[in-house]
Ligand binder design. Structure first.
Ligand SMILES: *Cc1c(COP(=O)(O)O)cnc(C)c1O
Length: 370
């Protein structure tokens, strides 16, 4: 039985008529950049995330960059984040000229270990970027407490966690900024690249809005050096339609996770995804197994042989990446991140999986680890 890691075709077929009509309308109008579709999406997105404002941008990576630029973070500044995340989180810090300072994760949620953040704060620290990995939030309460005490900006990387909640607060509504991605593998996906920044403060939003279009206000008068971080009308139209279905799809991801939890309970050498005590809504962008005893490769090979999709997010923590060698980190600096990189495996969790597919994936794991 074929079980892809992700298949977006059923979602497209479900909404084809609605999506095709919207796309045709935009093509007929020949108005492709920003405009009313983008504004409508910004309203819906802010409301969904319980944030005061949302700015639609070109990608999740650009959302991180524009948030850092908006705070004037750059040369000589340090930004604290996790080494166990997609590259874009630390890449954005480097791109604005600042220095990524890594802090290890805790093994339950795979997110920043808040107890270790304090020791990484120096007089140069300007911001913290907690990442809400796999659909589960970092522990925002103590992060915000530290940030307020040391006057640091908090930029939530919620690229994998739209709609997740920490102590009842929606991802992107607690920090100064929240960064979302609508890359096709995320829970809310565009037909290409797109992202958004949520923000609570009116003045910060006004500046962000200007930064998105080369810091221009009014036309051809440039207050800041911003960039082209604009979202296409086509992407906004797709997102406007899909956002209405997001809770339904999230419920399916959660139900799929519950089925795996049941079918995989008690397998020796396997740790199932755990929910941290502060996590009041896990949106399961990924369902992550921890496979002990060096057996991940065995499961990987067995999956490939059976036609089951899987992947490793991520095989090499960021402090060990070649491009960051100049930061001076070495193997052993962040043992939890390094262990996670060795042991984790993402298995199919997308909403349209059938019960038969889930049962087949689970029984294949049982067989491979028995
Ligand atoms: C996907 C992702 C990004 C980047 O988003 P893009 O839209 O692909 O640029 C940033 N951070 C994390 C944690 C991600 O998963």
């Amino acid at each position: 039985m074929k079980v892809p890691l992700l298949d977006l075709k059923p979602q497209y077929m479900q909404l084809k008529a609605e999506l095709d009509a919207e796309i045709a309308e935009i093509v007929s109008s020949q108005m492709f950049i920003l405009g009313p579709k983008v504004e409508a999406f910004e309203c819906a997105c802010a409301s969904y995330c319980q944030a005061k404002h949302a700015l639609a941008v070109s990608s999740g990576s650009d959302a991180l960059i524009i948030a850092l630029m908006n705070e004037g973070i750059g040369e000589g500044d340090e930004v604290i984040t996790t080494p166990y995340t997609f590259f874009a989180t630390a890449g954005a810090i480097h791109r604005v000229g600042a220095r990524p300072v890594f802090v290890d994760i805790e093994p339950v949620s795979f997110n920043l270990d808040v107890a270790k953040v304090r020791d990484a704060i120096t007089p140069r620290t300007r911001a913290i970027i907690p990442v809400h990995l796999y659909g589960q939030c970092a522990n925002m309460g103590p992060i915000m407490e530290l940030a307020r005490k040391y006057n640091l900006v908090v930029i939530e990387d919620a690229a994998q966690s739209i709609g997740a909640q920490c102590d009842g607060h929606v991802a992107g509504s607690t920090g100064d900024y929240g960064c979302l991605s609508f890359y096709p593998s995320k829970n809310l996906s565009a037909f290409g690249d797109a992202g958004a920044v949520t923000v609570q403060d009116d003045a910060k939003f006004e500046k962000l809005h200007c930064m998105r279009n080369h810091g221009m206000a009014p036309r051809y008068y440039h207050k800041y050096v911003g960039g082209n971080f604009r979202m296409d009308a086509l992407q906004a139209a797709v997102l406007n339609i899909k956002l209405k279905y997001l809770d339904q799809w999230t419920a399916k991801r959660q139900a799929n996770a519950a089925k795996y939890n049941e079918l995989l309970a008690g397998v020796e050498g396997l740790t199932l995804p755990q929910q941290a005590p502060w996590c009041t809504r896990h949106v399961f962008n990924q369902y992550i197994l921890r496979i002990h005893g060096g057996k991940r490769q065995k499961v990987w090979d067995g999956f490939k042989a059976e036609g089951i999709g899987c992947d490793v997010y991520y095989p090499l923590p960021l402090h060990l990446q070649e491009c960051f060698a100049n930061l001076g980190y070495k193997a052993g600096d962040f043992p939890e991140s390094e262990a996670a990189a060795q042991e984790t495996l993402a298995i199919p969790i997308y909403p349209d999986l059938s019960d038969e597919q889930i049962a087949f994936v689970a029984s294949t794991i049982r067989k491979l680890l028995s």
